[in-house]
Design a protein around this ligand. Sequence first.
Ligand code: AMP
Length: 584
Amino acid sequence: MTARTVIHQKNDPKCPPNMDDYGAVRARFTWEGARRTLDGLAGGGLNIAYEAVDRHVRHGKGDKTAIRWLAKSGEVTDISYAELKTRTARFAAALESLGVKKGDRVFALLGRVPELYITALGTLKRGAVFSPLFSAFGPEPVKARMGIGEGQVLVTTAQYYRKKVAPIRADLPKLTHVLIVGDGDLPEGTQSFDGLMKRARDDFETVTTQEEDPALLHFTSGTTGKPKGAIHVHQAVVAHHATAELALDLHESDILWCTADPGWVTGTSYGIIAPLTIGVTMIIDEAEFDAERWYKTLQDQKVTVWYSAPTAIRMLMKTGADLAKGYDLMSLRFLASVGEPLNAEAVLWSNDVFGKPFHDNWWQTETGAIMIANFAVGDVKPGSMGRPLPGVDAGIVDREADGSLKDVTETGAVGELALRPGWPSMFRGYLHEEERYKKCFVDGWYLTGDLAMRDADGYFWFVGRADDMIKSSGHLIGPFEVESALVEHPAVAEAAVIGIPDERAGEVVKAYVTLHHGYEASDELERDIMAHARRALGSAVAPRLITFAADLPKTRSGKIMRRLLKARELGLPEGDTSTLETFS
Ligand code: AMP
């Protein structure tokens, strides 16, 4: 590990990093101090949307461009902080007119369109809770998440509504208002987003929310049971702001491009909130990945800070260095990546092609903000996730037979990555699942579910998941949700789902299924099951591969041993199979 390449960074004197010395800043950093750099609401309280938008207007920076939106069509729209203030106030007023109260939940099923940002921030101004949905979800994942979240309002497009919501609307009794973005015919039971906005007043006063009031609901997948709704509170904005400064090295003068999908936590924490709290201009590209379009965007928009993900970086690498070198990317100052392991090759490639390494960082839905990072200051270790943020204590732990935890202090030893609770964006619960939440905390640690090791310099290295979760193109997929959809096919008796390595997506979903009596395995049946899964789950979650099996390996208590299937699939040691019941 220590023999690996290290990139010694030279800092640009024209724009020195926010953090000049990791050790010194870590020693003096406090979350209370970070809180004091924000304004807070007049008369007390804290509101994410106020810190992200209104604060800048109050400080005389209303004319600055907050969002530069690049439509798929090529049209460019700038939205200033002042305009964003007015439009989010309108949306908050619109929600009030619909009877939405403090704490009620507003969902968005949208791509990267201006209405997404207005919905998120306007919802927070109303004191309601914002919850984004991944637009590649099919009706089943949408139903599960909106059901748990008891969403009263959904903002979406007519197309998404017809395909993903109308088929399950009857199962969502709490869903009272569906607001449709865009022109065209309104589906029955919906109303126009624009129409509502036009009728709303724009002098809505941000609701006085307190630090511990719920603000965001982010769904993440579990290995068993339903998806988990992680609750974040308004105080999270303290961590969004501080980590944007420290881990992404964001300065007010930056032009940030965060390429994350808006349906996942990065899309909210760093695709909406954190950069706006710094006062940067954010580039929002409506289009999906296209290497040439991406390089052109970096060049033409003079992007200075680029936050992306390993799948995208791997796709860029595939198109070759020559393509990248054909563009003027001199404006780029800081590159960062999150979501899944970033191979050392990708970091070295970017250092060669862009003259700067991608800075890998680590966090998860539950942590709400970046926890471990390679920083602008100090060495970058390609292949490592970096070091804990100031204000964050990370450790490696092992479970003892009695369930207690033991600190793993030995350099290079693998254990579970754990964090000492207490940072402001830490999740405050899984909605309606107190027990599941409590189980994450043992002996004063929050257990992350990841296996990692720490080197002699205090850098953390990702080893794998401690559970059966699948990471495909940066999206965490719970095997249980996929298995549940598969067994709804009339031919499928049982299903077991694992992730298998894939060059581009990191992992792809593979399913093993057993069939009910009277059904025969065939290519046609495989296609039919595949189509059923895609309809129900959406293409991003449905299995890419299906294998028919006579039986599935199970423990004596009846649990499917996905890990064993995976070991067999990958030709790895099978580990302890003493509790194995059957398998052929
Ligand atoms: P999510 O909650 O969907 O954001 O997924 C969080 C999980 O993604 C983590 O627990 C890790 O398993 C994985 N992950 C995120 N960032 C990294 C990274 N930099 N390196 C390796 N795995 C990562």
